[in-house]
Design a protein around this ligand. Structure first.
Ligand code: HEC
Ligand code: HEC
Length: 311
């Protein structure tokens, strides 16, 4: 009998020690401060009257969290910058999720146009053949608009942290760069190269919606996202030169010269980086919002002389 009591007490003590150490103590002691990149869905959208805060409640109500996570880890390359504990302090209930039946949505905002998001929610198979995501076509116009507005806020205030850094050698590319990437004429040269090589996938306006994008599983980047504001030159150059592993984005270093790639960097920098388009009604699905492209000069760019040549 005594042995039994001792055993039971031992089990109970062990149980509570574990619960205290892993649940109760962290609850009391772990108070991360809010980060600047915490998702800001409470601010009303400037573009439409859709309400992202209400959209978040619909996201919770519809159980999107059962299939979608909202946390990116070091190993989640394709999902964008990492998250921090402080990103979630105001989120009750948080939408971290546990299962990735669908992709992580931490940085979903701006990845697709709002029209795409809406079409996808109405009938996922219409835009993603073979998708197992259920259709949410029963949502009212308002619910749909708010939900899409919420999706478009995801990750938008996230700063680019160089979770993938441009490797050391890119410092030397930067050092021997002969193209002034801030020059209008260099951007103009880049525009030509872009139209020829990149627009089929990334779209003429950089929205990631070129004709080829339809058939790609991993969609081309949308350069008008606020997310790209903080890409430094060497990082742009690195992304263009090496391509993106696991996607159809080519390694442009194989076919373009260094000079041409710097022109592209000059052009990519000029694309507007705060596009936030949201359609509010289902009958506007076909609406194409014109993007204001930068007005560039038609001057011919003269590269600086001196410095080591690349070819
Ligand atoms: C049964 C699981 C499931 C549920 C529930 C679900 N999804 Fe999905 N979702 C998926 C799968 C699987 C994919 C990947 C295939 C695709 O894109 O359709 C996906 C893809 C997505 C994408 C596309 C990501 C991208 O950029 O390619 C978005 C956005 C999305 N879901 C939003 C939502 C929202 C919002 C809800 C709730 C209203 C939701 N999902 C509910 C399974 C689910
Ligand atoms: C065959 C289609 C295709 C073509 C052509 C293409 N890209 Fe891409 N690009 C992609 C895809 C797909 C991605 C990956 C997006 C992602 O990671 O989500 C990508 C990503 C990128 C990125 C990285 C963005 C990031 O998030 O860091 C840059 C920069 C880029 N492309 C520039 C270019 C330039 C410049 C050209 C033309 C010289 C070009 N691309 C041509 C498909 C293409």
């Amino acid at each position: 009998m005594n042995g039994y009591r001792l055993g039971a007490t031992g089990i109970i003590i062990t149980f509570f020690t574990i619960i205290t150490a892993t649940v109760l103590l962290p609850m009391v002691l772990f108070n991360p401060t809010k980060t600047v990149q915490a998702n800001n869905y409470t601010e009303p959208s400037l573009v439409t009257d859709a309400d992202p805060d209400r959209g978040r409640k619909i996201y919770v109500r519809e159980g999107c969290v059962y299939c979608h996570t909202q946390f990116t880890r070091l190993q989640d390359r394709g999902y964008g910058p990492l998250v921090h504990a402080g990103d979630y302090v105001d989120e009750t209930p948080h939408q971290l999720g546990t299962a990735r039946t669908g992709p992580d949505l931490t940085n979903e905002g701006g990845r697709m146009s709002s029209e795409w998001q809406k079409a996808h929610l109405v009938e996922p198979r219409a835009v993603k053949p073979g998708s197992i995501m259920p259709s949410f076509s029963y949502l009212s116009h308002n619910d749909m608009a708010d939900l899409v507005a919420y999706l478009q806020t995801l990750g938008n205030s996230r700063k680019v942290e160089h979770y993938v850094e441009a490797p050391e050698e890119y410092k030397s590319f930067l050092a021997r760069k002969k193209v002034d990437t801030e020059s209008d004429a260099a951007a103009n040269a880049g525009r030509g190269i872009y139209t020829q090589n990149c627009a089929v996938c990334h779209g003429l306006e950089g929205l990631g919606n070129g004709p080829n994008s339809i058939s790609l599983e991993k969609k081309p980047a949308n350069f008008t996202r606020a997310f790209y504001k903080q890409y430094p030159d060497d990082f742009w150059f690195y992304r263009v030169r090496e391509g993106v592993a696991g996607t159809r984005m080519p390694k442009w270093g194989e076919t373009l010269s260094e000079e041409q790639m710097w022109y592209l960097v000059a052009y990519l920098r000029t694309l507007p980086k705060d596009q936030e388009e949201v359609v509010s009604r289902i009958d506007q699905l076909n609406k194409i919002t014109p993007v204001e492209l930068p007005r560039l000069s038609n001057q011919v760019y003269e590269p600086k002389t001196g410095g080591a040549g690349e070819e």
